[in-house]
Design a protein around this ligand. Structure first.
Ligand code: NIG
Ligand code: FE
Length: 411
């Protein structure tokens, strides 16, 4: 389909020579064009400009965007959308006073989801996951990273990744997959964690690599889960298979995982709700993207990632949902962007950069996604008529999306 979007009130994130990522004060710059048009051909942004210079083109379906904003679709660089069932009961337990960690100690948490997933057929798992993907596509997400980590056996971890790959095949969304065998220690290995790590290194990683199931490797580096030394062992092993790390760190405790991630050239370090000066120093001068997950903080009532501090230190920041059954049963990037402004004191410009170009970087796709650039993939959000782009995070909870275009097709 060939599309011509016209009379766009404001076209956001227009970058002729797009950077891979934006950092520090650059994050507050959001280049845009008022009263603009965009031409889409074969799924690609073929041109854009001001209405006064609109070319005389034929054979395009015109879409009038008067009063509306057009921007790159969200790049959600951290999700766990392939899961079975839900953890509604733990939600109630937390309301009654138990903490996330206390629930996990009682046998709830990740191992609870693993039990459900192991009992669910691949077909049913696909069906449940596809429903979530369709939901987030309508909310403006056109690129998504999907992790394993609720299988915790060689076969069920592979099953999760096959489901993610099938989603990639059947939907226009750009998908990157991450192997997260080290998400938790399965119940049967409780007293022999080293043996589980042996299994990850000797059986899971080789299978995932051989079958081409993952782009990245992840570890939940946290007290009670995997230590820094254990994380390093897994990242080192994953290097053999050219699996770049994207790791869960500093969610509840700062134990030195960020420096370990940087040491292994992690593409991203995610969560960072608890951050020390040493962690910030470790990130400086690295190519590793810090990723904040504000809906997780919201849902678990834990601190928000000090995003203001990271940006003020000259660092980049990306925003993602963390959509999963335990800590964030929501995949709404619009809510994430609002919450980053409201709770982390990001400006609308910073939050939009964090959820587009920097999100793209955190999943290794900033060459093709995250900005309005000639030749990039035409995955765009068209908003309803709004006074300005700042209105989007301001009016949190409202659905201001009129339509979503993914790879040149209207969703
Ligand atoms: O990113 N923290 C580790 N993993 C997920 C939550 C997993 C779960 O509770 O099911 C997260 O928050
Ligand atoms: Fe996560």
């Amino acid at each position: 389909m060939k599309l011509l979007l016209t009379n766009i009130q404001q076209l956001l994130q227009t970058r002729e020579n797009p950077p891979q990522k934006v950092s520090g004060t650059e994050m507050n710059q959001l280049p845009s064009i008022n009263n603009a048009w965009v031409l889409i051909e074969d799924g690609i942004i073929s041109d854009y400009g001001e209405m006064k210079n609109i070319p005389n083109v034929e054979g395009f379906k015109p879409i009038d965007c008067a009063g509306k904003i057009v921007m790159p679709a969200w790049c959600d660089s951290h999700t766990h959308i392939v899961y079975a069932g839900n953890r509604e009961q733990e939600f109630v337990d937390r309301i009654k006073g138990l903490s996330y960690q206390e629930i996990a100690k009682k046998g709830g948490g990740i191992v609870n989801s693993a039990k459900k997933l192991q009992e669910t057929s691949e077909k049913e798992l696909y069906k449940q996951s596809a429903k979530r993907l369709e939901e987030v596509m309508k909310l403006g997400t056109a690129a998504i990273e999907i992790k394993s980590g609720y299988g915790l056996t060689t076969e069920t971890e592979a099953k999760m990744l096959r489901v993610a790959k099938k989603l990639e095949k059947n939907y226009p969304v750009t998908v990157k997959t991450t192997f997260l065998g080290a998400h938790a220690v399965p119940t049967e290995y409780k007293e022999k964690k080293t043996e589980y790590i042996d299994l990850i290194c000797n059986e899971m990683l080789p299978k995932v690599a051989k079958e081409g199931l993952a782009d990245y490797v992840d570890v939940f580096c946290e007290d009670g889960y995997f230590s820094v030394a254990e994380t390093e062992r897994i990242l080192k092993e994953a290097q053999k298979y050219k699996l770049t790390p994207k790791i869960h760190v500093n969610q509840f405790n700062a134990i030195g995982g960020i420096a370990a991630g940087v040491k292994y050239n992690a593409l991203s370090v995610d969560h960072l709700e608890v951050l020390t000066d040493e962690d910030i120093e470790a990130l400086k001068g690295s190519e590793t993207m810090p990723v904040a997950l504000p809906s997780c903080s919201y849902f678990l009532s834990i601190p928000y990632t000090p995003g203001r501090e990271l940006i003020d230190a000259g660092l980049p920041l990306a925003l993602a949902t963390d959509y999963n059954p335990g800590s964030t049963p929501s995949g709404n990037m619009n809510f994430v962007v609002s919450t980053a402004c409201i709770k982390m004191r990001l400006t609308p410009e910073e939050a939009i950069n964090a959820a587009t170009i920097n999100g793209a970087y955190a999943m290794g796709i900033s060459d093709t996604h995250g900005s309005i650039t000639k030749g990039k993939v035409a995955s765009l959000i068209i908003t309803k008529a709004v006074p300005s782009y700042g209105y989007l995070p301001y009016s949190f909870g409202s659905n201001l999306i009129d339509s979503v275009i993914i790879k040149g097709e209207l969703v």
